[in-house]
Design a binder for this molecule. Structure first.
Ligand SMILES: Nc1ncnc2c1ncn2[C@@H]1O[C@H](COP(=O)(O)OP(=O)(O)OP(=O)(O)O)[C@@H](O)[C@H]1O
Ligand SMILES: [Mg+2]
Length: 423
């Protein structure tokens, strides 16, 4: 059975008292309660759990009152709204430094718009995971606010502010200048390093479960940082192969084996990473419902243009013009193919992906000469062969199509959930 959740915005701006919730976190914690660990062999000594690690680090997070955050955002002014996702609206805000010393700090404040259990559960997961992890490619959580008032609950998160929006914005929103080839490579490398840290460098393994271009935020140097840890889960403990859980994620990015079985492993993230690799090559979303049926799913459409074929260059984002390395692009496509292997165990670990991406970035920078794009690209490249007026008409039509598409995309936010099939 499949159910779909669409988190609608219910704006509630009520004054309520903020109270620290650290002690209550485990009470609401859905992280391990609903999950069973499947045994493959005898278990080793168990590492500390995420709530235990959180207890140790929790004092690093600031607990804000609701009125502090309301003031920080000018009463959650629409003018300060910087984005909106399935969880709620995100505002730019300015908070006073601790103990009142120094300049105000610019932050992003995410306000949960749903007081249902699922939203709260994700909020708790986000506080716990982001309270524990620490890496240059993961967004920093500064603090939170939790209010249980007479009229319902308020849950907010306060993050470091990421001025350059998300990878999704730069890849697919034509209002932004084209993201250069070098930046694309730099962004996927940083994002891969963030995932490798979660999978391989912590005391416990963390599976991110919602890797997608909108969750890769960009700082002022376009350095990527992963955000949104609401769906993150602890990986299987030593001696276990996977975690069995309800299936949640985003259409177009979730691994098919995970959707099918509910068996979650770090290789589910590797699949999603493969999807994003193709998004940066093609400048196309993993799922575009306004295209002809055969072209809606990026991964299906790509099958006709394998990495080694002459036709491969057709998939490359036309906004890159010829300013990319075709050789490096082929290598990225091959890496993406390995991340998208049908069987999870055939997918590379993220540390291997990082290593390969570093090698590709080197090849790409050495090849400063123009690409062989024009040799490979089929003759009917439309824009280049048209006269000025024809070209202008095409551009206008294209723009109109894009604005329709953007409207569709903003309605696209949804999550999916399916009970795990217990085997
Ligand atoms: N720390 C931040 N700094 C600056 N802008 C942010 C920050 N976090 C989120 N945003 C902005 O808010 C937008 C919405 O983010 P959010 O994570 O709520 O939704 P989403 O990723 O688009 O969708 P989903 O809810 O499915 O994850 C982001 O695309 C980004 O533009
Ligand atoms: Mg997000």
């Amino acid at each position: 059975m499949k159910c779909f959740y669409y988190f609608k915005d219910r704006n509630r701006n009520r004054e309520q008292k903020s109270a620290p919730i650290l002690k209550n976190l485990s009470k609401f914690d859905g992280i391990s309660e609903t999950e069973r660990i499947t045994k493959s062999s005898c278990s080793a000594t168990s590492p500390r759990s995420m709530p235990e690690l959180y207890e140790q680090k929790a004092q690093n997070l600031r607990v804000f009152t609701y009125s502090e955050l309301r003031q920080a955002t000018n009463n959650f002014s629409r003018l300060l709204k910087v984005g909106e996702g399935g969880f709620g609206c995100v505002y730019k805000g300015s908070i006073k430094p601790l103990e009142g010393k120094g300049d105000n700090l610019i932050v992003a404040i995410k306000k949960l718009n749903k007081d249902g259990f699922q939203g709260h559960k994700q909020w708790v997961a986000e506080v716990q995971f982001l309270g524990v992890v620490e890496h240059p490619n993961l967004v920093k959580l500064i603090g939170y606010c939790a209010v249980d008032g007479e009229r319902g609950i308020q849950r907010l998160l306060v993050y470091e502010y990421m001025p350059n929006k998300s990878l999704e914005d730069h890849l697919f929103n034509r209002a932004f200048p084209t993201l250069s080839w070098e930046r694309r490579l730099q962004i996927v490398l940083g994002a891969a390093q963030g995932l490798a840290y979660l999978h391989e460098e912590l005391e416990i393994q963390v599976i991110y479960r919602d890797f997608k271009s909108s969750n890769v935020l960009l700082d002022d140097d376009f350095k990527p940082k992963l955000s949104d840890f609401g769906l993150a889960r602890e990986g299987p403990s030593p001696g276990h192969t996977h975690v069995s859980t309800g299936v949640v994620g985003t259409y177009g990015y979730a691994a098919p084996d995970y959707i099918e079985t509910g068996h979650l492993t770090s290789k589910s993230d590797v699949w999603s990473f493969g999807v994003v690799l193709y998004e940066i090559l093609a400048g196309r979303r993993s799922l575009e419902r306004d295209r002809p049926r055969a072209e809606q799913r990026l991964l299906d459409w790509l099958k006709q243009y394998p990495a080694d074929s002459r036709k491969f260059a057709i998939i490359i984002d036309s906004r890159l013009e010829d300013k990319y390395s075709l050789n490096a692009a082929r290598k990225i496509a091959k890496l993406a193919d390995s991340c998208l292997a049908k069987s999870a165990k055939d997918r590379p670990k993220m540390s291997k992906v990082v290593e390969t991406l570093k090698q590709i970035a080197e090849v790409s920078s050495v090849e400063s000469s123009p690409t062989k794009y024009s040799e490979d690209k089929p003759k009917e490249e439309p824009m280049k062969q048209m006269g000025d007026s024809e070209s202008a008409k095409r551009r206008l039509a294209h723009l109109a199509k894009i604005s329709e598409h953007i409207g569709g995309v903003s309605r696209r936010r949804f999550m999916m959930m399916q009970r795990a099939k217990v085997t």
